[in-house]
Design a protein. Structure first.
Length: 382
């Protein structure tokens, strides 16, 4: 079967002559790649809205320029095979993850196009037939690049639609079952209250207490399920990230040999947020990290301000998350815990997204897991 990349190349009529033209241009353009990267990022920095999309802010521009030079080198050198397509698709998915608006890609690609055309015209100006072939190849390869990146946005849109449909079905089921279960649980609580007053045997009292604990757990699960489908307005107030993290850390029980460390939080600015909801997010992530670490290890909560966003990460020294379920971590009823039901992370994502932010899983070094939250400093919808 024809792959997507093969279909795209056939559509733009990409052929061996285009590959030869770019390889001919490559050694002549290589000395210009650093300058093109400088022009590219200078244009971004000069544009207020485009600058906000820079992950890590202006401080990361030096590293990004080096990455762009490597991207340009590969663009002209090839080989333009399926491995090339996969590398480009990963870049597109990164753009989706950091929330880069699609329209900036058109402008960015145009900057690259103009600079490469200028180089080609300068080095092949006295050879019109060669120049025409090189210009055609530049146009085709950049069209292919743009098509690949836009395809990653389409993949994300389809995934979001499927997720919304699942959540809608899930919500209808949860709303019905949750309300139905609350009634018998209420009866159980009332009956248990009466029984406790009449039980004198210490062993029977312990069993009554155990029943009460499990009724509380059941009520908590129902509350989490209903929170997944409710759209109650957020109570936005100025929130101090350092204070929220400290409160969340204090609320999490952990073994004596598990350390929870906070870094880089005191200097963070206040953000508009629903404090109780955001605290719930942090408690869930820290509890998961403590559970992953086991009897001994470390959980680290880091904070930074970058590119108009607040970045909070919770990482642990546990075994990490199996690659087979990483893409489904934030779906309801997906869990890695033996006794979990898979509501914590979906609820985390829902709360973070309602704040206008994003949350993602990232591997942490050789082992461990890292969950990264990005929240707008100016608040939801700003």
């Amino acid at each position: 079967m024809e792959t997507l990349f093969e279909e795209l190349k056939r559509y733009v009529q990409w052929g061996p002559e285009n590959e030869a033209a770019l390889r001919d241009l490559h050694p002549r353009a290589a000395p210009e790649l650093k300058r093109i990267a400088d022009v590219f990022y200078r244009r971004i920095i000069e544009h207020d809205e485009a600058r906000k999309a820079l992950e890590g802010g202006e401080s990361q521009v030096g590293r990004l320029k080096v990455a762009l030079e490597a991207w340009l080198d590969s663009l002209l050198r090839g080989p333009w095979d399926e491995a090339y397509y996969e590398r480009r698709a990963r870049i597109g998915r990164l753009h989706v993850r950091i929330g880069l608006p699609q329209h900036y890609m058109f402008g960015a690609m145009n900057v690259i196009r103009l600079e490469l055309v200028r180089v080609a015209e300068r080095v092949f100006g006295d050879r019109r037939d060669v120049e025409r072939g090189v210009l055609a190849a530049i146009g085709k390869i950049l069209d292919l690049e743009l098509a690949i990146m836009l395809h990653t946005y389409r993949e994300d849109l389809i995934a979001q639609q499927a997720r919304h449909e699942r959540l809608a079905t899930f919500g209808q089921l949860v709303g019905s079952i949750g309300h139905e279960l609350r009634n018998p649980l209420g009866v159980m609580e009332s009956s248990l209250f009466i029984l406790r007053g009449r039980v004198t045997d210490e062993r029977a009292r312990r069993h009554a207490d155990r029943i009460g604990e499990q009724v509380t757990v059941a009520n908590s699960i129902i509350s989490d399920l209903l929170d997944m489908i409710r759209d109650r307005p957020l109570e936005i107030t100025p929130a101090r990230p350092a204070a929220l993290v400290a409160e969340a850390m204090a609320a999490v029980k952990r073994p004596p040999a598990v350390a929870i460390v906070a870094e880089g939080l005191e200097a963070l600015p206040d953000i508009p947020a629903d404090e109780s909801k955001l605290r719930q997010v942090l408690v869930n992530l820290i509890e998961n990290a403590v559970h992953a670490v086991g009897a001994a290890g470390e959980v680290r909560v880091r904070g930074a301000a970058a590119g108009g966003a607040l970045v909070l990460s919770v990482e642990d020294t546990g075994p990490g998350v199996d690659a087979s379920i990483r893409k489904r971590l934030f779906e309801p009823l997906i869990t890695t815990k033996a006794n979990g039901i898979g509501l914590g992370l979906p609820l985390v994502r829902r709360i973070v997204e309602r704040h206008g932010g994003s949350v993602a899983y990232e591997p942490s070094g050789a082992s461990g897991a890292r969950f990264v939250i990005r929240l707008p400093v100016e608040g939801p919808g700003a």
